[in-house]
Design a protein around this ligand. Structure first.
Ligand SMILES: *Cc1c(COP(=O)(O)O)cnc(C)c1O
Length: 364
């Protein structure tokens, strides 16, 4: 795929569907970013099987898409509302959350500083570093998780009017972005674009996406099973952490005067941990095979951490449940900004620690 320039930005929708269901949400700071609704439709049936569907949140924004966009409508609005000037965040070398923060944060007029922890170096990660630096992010080599946390804390103290964005940004308020996404999907089902899915598969790290989807399913009273495909360490992504986030997000919704909030108590998430392998970003044979399914099923590039493991799970579920309608929620941006095959990335303005990482050997 060549480095085509980003298309002109399509119109950003003014407000989420959720505002009609939870009237008090209108009073909260909100920054429209989504160029939605994102497409929903069938996956080509000659690759795995028929009865498989997609929801394309890679197309959430032509600036930078993916599943952080719906969250950042709340997060960046909150940062601006508090008078922040600098967002301090952390993530792995290939973190899409860091890329999304830099691109959408800078577009909103904020400075972005990111401390990066170690993960296996891939072509995708190399491109993410180059994009982060090129788009004006201040990047720092963090090392392991603990040193990264310490360095981020130091930056938070030093930066002027700093706003902390925790890795993953799965807080109750921004998680509403995916409750809203389910209302959007329900309209697409109503219009006959896809059937109501029996199962929704979504890659899960910090869990905000899966939590929002599960709450949306409960709110709609659908019999759909939400399966979170674990892509981060079991300590981060497990039944208990997801449950805690789900309960906190449901409470937040209740405070906003949501109609039918009692239905949220029925929300459930099933965690599928079979595809993680040795950890976040670690390649497995199934993930490498899954990565190759992404262009065949969606026509966009894949990578190991998110879509490779996600597609590995889709292939397994499609076989194990041959009669289910399964929806795969694609969470990875496809703007071409971090297309690993795009113009050779250059290390640009990276600090020495990261320049070394940039030039290290690739695992995938
Ligand atoms: C952040 C991210 C995830 C994980 O989403 P959570 O809501 O943190 O669980 C999955 N896929 C992609 C492409 C992401 O960028």
């Amino acid at each position: 795929m060549s480095a085509t320039p980003s298309p002109a930005r399509s119109a950003v929708r003014r407000e989420p569907l959720l505002f009609a269901e939870a009237p008090r949400a209108r009073a909260l700071p909100f920054l429209p970013l989504l160029e939605g609704p994102t497409p929903a439709g069938p996956l080509p049936d000659g690759v795995l099987r028929g009865g498989l569907f997609h929801k394309r949140d890679d197309k959430a924004s032509s600036l930078y898409g993916g599943n952080k966009v719906r969250r950042y409508e709340w997060v960046l609005a909150d940062a601006l509302d508090r008078g922040a000037r600098t967002i301090v965040t952390a993530g792995g070398y290939a973190s899409t959350q860091v890329t999304a923060t830099i691109i959408h944060g800078r577009a909103a007029g904020l400075d972005v500083e990111a401390v990066l922890f170690e993960q296996p170096m891939t072509r995708f990660g190399r491109e993410a570093l180059a994009v982060g630096a090129r788009e004006g992010g201040v990047l720092e080599h963090g090392g392991g998780y603990l040193r990264t946390a310490v360095r981020a804390a130091l930056r938070l103290r030093r930066a002027e009017r700093a706003y902390l964005l925790v890795p993953g940004a799965s807080m109750p308020l921004p998680n509403l972005g995916y409750v809203d996404a389910m209302l959007e999907l329900a309209l697409q089902v109503e219009r006959g674009e896809i059937p109501r899915p029996d199962r929704i598969l979504v890659p899960a790290g910090s869990g905000g996406t899966a939590v929002g989807i599960a709450l949306g399913v409960a709110l709609l009273d659908w019999p759909t099973t939400v399966t979170a495909i674990r892509i981060a360490e079991p300590l981060v992504t497990n039944g208990l952490t997801l449950r805690a986030l789900l309960v906190a997000t449901a409470r937040r919704l209740e405070t906003l005067g949501l109609q039918g909030a009692r239905r949220l108590r029925r929300a459930r998430i099933e965690v599928d941990g079979r595809f993680l392998g040795d950890g976040y970003g670690e390649p497995t044979p199934a993930a490498l095979a899954g990565m190759k399914l992404v262009p065949r099923l969606l026509g966009v590039p894949g990578e190991v951490t998110y879509s490779g493991k996600g597609m590995a799970a889709l292939a397994a579920w499609a076989t194990a449940r041959p009669t289910e309608n399964i929806l795969y929620w694609h969470t990875l941006s496809s703007t071409g900004r971090d297309d690993p095959a795009a113009d050779g990335p250059s290390p640009g303005e990276l600090p020495p620690g990261l320049r070394r990482v940039f030039s290290s050997e690739l695992v995938a």
